[in-house]
Design a binder for this molecule. Structure first.
Ligand code: NAD
Length: 315
């Protein structure tokens, strides 16, 4: 059975496909290779994947319904992981249009074509940012969403598109809300890799909100194991948090990086930044109820692996 993954050269898409190929699945990857962050990293990920004969890559924006439909007609995928999208909270305040196109329009298009072609399963990668700032922690899937920026608003809108497209069909679907995913080959626009790149270039590191933010960091391999489980058993719930449920203060993370990188660096504490959430702390009870044997890597080990990969390969 062929599996289609959008955002195939992105951070999470790449790790998922690597795992699928390892398990001998046939995979079609679609990615526009946009330049939101270094294309070199996306191409590097693609070059690793393309070595496998079971992998077929198509460079395309999923907004293009006509071409997407052709791909479905030729390869007949039955499972779709929709991981393409425009991420980034602060950039969404500067350039909201790209979020409308690559989150809302892209999701509309892939949902429409998936529905038309009667796929079996649709798995969507959404974000904890749809919750915005909350008072009650840990955040449950039943908490009222409070999106604060165009990124979060377009992710929430995309969730609705997925739900409305499939709720009256035989296609099983699930919306996973990811909480700050990190790991080897991570996104250079996210805190950990921005930090590693700054240390490497002897640049000062900026800590927003004076380093007092809390993030529920979730190791990429743990996320992939959960995504993979949907091939065998599909959850009943339609919206599920993926998080470790153990938030880490930025200053604590800085100390862990210091310990692992073993190089001096300078820090610049910056005040409150508009659009940034102060704390993310998800509840993972529903996740653990929905799948057997869900385990999480602790931050010290996850970070150790991330830093040692970075030191070896430079990303
Ligand atoms: N990494 C995280 O911590 C995190 C947290 C919450 C949610 N998410 C969501 O998970 C998904 C994957 O995130 P990621 O970290 O791998 O991001 P990423 O930016 O590394 O990957 C997304 C990929 O999608 C591609 N893309 C963008 N628009 C496209 C389009 N119209 N057509 C085809 N390809 C397109 C990009 O080129 C990129 O390679 C995203 O939707 C993101 O919003 C990620």
């Amino acid at each position: 059975m062929t599996i289609l993954v959008t955002g195939s050269s992105g951070f999470i898409g790449y790790h998922l496909i690597k795992e699928l190929l390892k398990k001998n699945k046939k995979v079609i990857g679609i990615d526009s290779h946009n330049n939101y962050y270094s294309k070199k990293i996306k191409i590097k990920r693609f070059e690793i994947l393309r070595k496998n004969k079971n992998y077929k890559f198509i460079k395309l924006s999923v907004v293009n319904e006509k071409k997407l439909d052709k791909i479905f007609k030729v390869f007949k995928p039955k499972i779709v992981f929709h991981l393409a999208g425009q991420p980034g909270v602060l950039y969404s305040l500067k350039n909201p249009k790209t979020y409308f196109i690559n989150n809302i329009l892209a999701t509309k298009s892939i949902c429409k074509i998936s529905k038309k072609n009667n796929i079996d399963k649709f798995i969507f990668g959404s974000s904890s940012s749809v919750y915005g700032d909350q008072i009650k922690f840990p955040i449950k899937e039943t908490n009222k969403e409070n999106p604060k920026n165009p990124y979060a608003k377009t992710k929430l809108k995309s969730e609705k598109i997925v739900e409305n497209s499939f709720k009256r069909t035989f296609t099983k679907f699930v919306i996973f809300r990811f909480f700050t995913v990190y790991g080897p080959f991570g996104r250079p626009d996210m805190f950990i890799h921005k930090f590693l790149n700054s240390i490497n270039k002897n640049k000062k590191i900026s800590l927003y909100n004076n380093g007092l933010n809390f993030r529920d960091f979730t190791y990429v391999e743990d996320v992939i194991k959960i995504l993979y489980k949907t091939l065998k058993s599909f959850p009943q719930s339609r919206v599920i948090n993926i998080c470790r449920s153990k938030p880490i203060k930025t200053t604590y993370l800085v100390n862990l990086i210091k310990k692992n990188f073993k190089k001096k660096f300078k820090i610049n504490k910056v005040g409150f930044v508009k659009g940034e959430m102060l704390k993310t702390h998800g509840c993972n009870k529903l996740l653990k109820k929905s799948f057997k044997n869900v385990k999480f890597t602790n931050i010290s080990l996850g970070l150790k692996k991330t830093v040692s990969f970075y030191k070896k390969y430079g990303y």
